[in-house]
Design a protein around this ligand. Sequence first.
Ligand code: PLP
Length: 350
Amino acid sequence: MSNYLGLIRRYWDFIPIEDENSICTLLEGNTPLISSTYLGPWLGLRLYLKYEGLNPTGSFKDRGMTVAVSKAIEEGARAIMCASTGNTSASAAAYAAKGGLNCYILVPEGKIARGKLAQAMVHGAKVVAIKGNFDDALRIVREITTKFSIKLVNSLNPFRLEGQKTASFEICDQLGRAPEYLCIPVGNAGNITAYWMGFSEYHERHKIDSRPRLLGIQAEGAAPIVRGEIVENPETIATAIRIGNPARWKEALKAVEESEGHMEMVSDKEIIQAYQLLAQKEGLFVEPASAASVAGLIKMVRTGWVEKGALVVCVLTGHGLKDPDVALDLSGLITECGPTVEQVIEKLGL
Ligand SMILES: *Cc1c(COP(=O)(O)O)cnc(C)c1O
C-alpha cells in the first residue's frame, strides 16, 4: 500500500490549511524527476525532466487545486468556479467531485483540447463555452464570484500558488539541492510565480545554498511578457499557454528578475519539434505547452544563455493524452495492410 499522503499532509508546515478534516486530496504531487538520457547529453547539460503529467488529472494544476478546494471546504463553500483553457477545469471538476462541491466552468469556445473537456464533463461540472477568449472568460468569472457565494479557483486564488510551490520542494528533495536553472512554460504566469515562492521558502527554511535562475518560456503568438504588451488575439498550438494578458504578469517578472533569469519565446514549429523529441527520444508524452519549456531550453543553449554542464530542470506541465488531436495530426496515417504474414512483412519493410 502507498504511504504517500498527498501534498498538504506531506508539506503541512508550509501550507496554510488549518483543519485536517477539510483536506480534499487525490494524492497529487510526488511526481518523478526523470534523468534525461537523450536531450541532456545532446545539449551538454545535466538535465532532469519533472513530469507533472503524472498528477491525478494529468497536469500540475492538481497541486494548486487540492489546496484551493480544501480551503474552500474549510471556509464552508458549496461551490467553486473557474475560467480555463482546459487543465484548471479538469482539475477543478475532479476535486469538486471528490469534495462534494458544485463546479462551474467557463471555457473559450472551440479552443479546448478534447481530453480536458472530457474530464470536466465526466466529473459532472457545469460547463459553459463562451464566444470569446480566455481573458474574456476570466473577467466574467471574477465578476460572478464577487456577486455570488462561489469560490474562484483560478490562479488568482492565492491558495493555488501555495499548493503549486510544492513542486519546488520536491525538486530540492529529489536532487538534494536546487538546480542551477529551472525552465518552465508561462501562460497566466501563476506557476512560475509559485515555483519561485517554493524555492525561496525552502532556501530559507532548509538552508539550501542557492536558488535556480528561472527561464520562463512563452509561445511567440502569445508572448505578452516577452514583448512587453498585451496580446489581443493570442494564437498557438500550445493551448494551455494561449494567454494574452497574464494574471500574474508582475509577480512573474519580479521572480525572473530576482533569480537573474530570463523570459524567452518559441515558435509553434520549435514547440512541435521539442514535443516529438520528448515522445520519440525520451519516451515522454506531454502536451504542446509542456514541450515549450524544452523548446525554450534548446534555444537558450544555442544562444549561449545557458552554459554547458549546467544542472537544469525542465518542467513538463501536462500529459500528452490531454490533446490526442495534436498527436494524431502530427503522426501521419496508419499503414493499412491485408491479413497475411507476407503482406505485413512487406509493409513493415522487414
Ligand atoms: C496551466 C498550464 C500552463 C501554464 O501555467 P501558468 O500558471 O498559467 O503560467 C502550462 N502548461 C500546462 C499543461 C498547463 O495546464
